[in-house]
Design a protein around this ligand. Structure first.
Ligand code: NAD
Length: 286
């Protein structure tokens, strides 16, 4: 049985994952700002440092896997934007960087980071915001959406999830991750009935936006179902799953973007590989 670090373990989907892993006989080290094994505020550098160190100590330097579910929704309060940005992005990537040696130590670790279908269904997310996240500068990411005023939260939220997804895909394939037996993947839920969604539904304006969103299957997703998918992504069957983003969203992404992907890789990206094949002549001009 394995040892798993689960952030956001006190509520919603993180809690559902922690409960399922525990029921399967695994040991879970929960991390959350609320009551759990390790209480840490992932919106601050000191909180993230504590979370990294305390988990490494509790796991004795060996982790079979990690689930990064702690996150804040797109609360329409400009004062909360820095917190949303820090928890949703740095609360994932800083912890993964810090835990990487412990994940590598088991030789077959599995990681699931929580993205969102907001990453593909919120329109007009500024590229500069995603860029700032990927540079690790969450303050710049927040400043970059100031022009949207009180409407900025969905853009910060979606950009944080795009950036997490891209960070995972960039790193998943590298020797330090894939080569060390670590499988990094993303789950991208749609509207799942958790306290996060309940608080959106409790506000008249946010509820209108949530309910207006097309969900081909109808209704909301269940945290226990997401936990089942996550546990599959943590299982030995995920050996060949690397850098994937799994959408579990009732069909919203497919509804809005049926033909946007899969999309063929641009030729310029694979010219180097094609040149390796003897007899395959590819010139700079294609
Ligand atoms: P939730 O609010 O039920 O759980 C989130 C957890 O994160 C809570 O336990 C909370 O205490 C913890 N957290 C918040 N701020 C923290 C901080 N500063 N430090 C440490 N922990 C902190 O929400 P959920 O719906 O279960 O969300 C889980 C993940 O799924 C989040 O990353 C969220 O963005 C993502 N997501 C949720 C939905 C949805 O509809 N519920 C959809 C797509 C993606």
């Amino acid at each position: 049985m394995g040892v798993y670090a689960v952030t956001g373990a006190a509520s919603g989907m993180g809690r559902a994952v922690a409960d399922k892993l525990t029921a399967e006989g695994h040991r879970v080290i929960g991390v959350d700002i609320q009551e759990t094994d390790i209480v840490a505020d992932l919106s601050t550098a000191a909180g993230r440092r504590n979370a990294i160190d305390d988990v490494l100590a509790a796991a004795d330097g060996r982790l079979d896997g990690a689930v990064l579910a702690a996150g804040l929704g797109p609360v329409p309060d400009p004062a909360r934007l820095p917190m949303i940005a820090a928890v949703n992005y740095l609360g994932v990537v800083d912890l993964l960087e810090g835990w990487r040696p412990a994940l590598a130590a088991t030789g077959a670790a599995r990681v699931v980071a929580f993205g969102s279908n907001s990453s593909t269904t919120v329109p007009a997310v500024p590229g500069r915001t995603v860029k700032a996240f990927l540079a690790g500068d969450t303050d710049r990411a927040v400043r970059s959406v100031k022009i949207f005023g009180r409407q900025a939260a969905p853009f910060v939220y979606a950009a944080s999830k795009i950036a997490v997804s891209r960070w995972v895909r960039r790193h998943a394939v590298r020797p330090e991750w894939a080569g060390a037996g670590i499988r990094l993947n993303v789950i991208a839920p749609g509207a799942i009935l958790t306290p996060l969604l309940e608080s959106q539904l409790a506000s008249a304006t946010q509820a209108k936006a949530v309910e207006a969103f097309p969900v081909p299957t109808g209704g909301f997703g269940k945290p226990e179902h997401i936990a089942d998918w996550v546990c599959m992504m943590l299982s030995p069957s995920a050996e060949f799953l690397c850098g994937s983003i799994l959408f579990v969203d009732g069909g919203t992404d497919a509804y809005f973007r049926p033909d946007d992907w899969p999309r063929a890789v641009p030729l310029r990206r694979i010219v180097g590989y094609l040149r390796k094949f003897r007899g395959f002549a590819v010139t700079r001009n294609g």
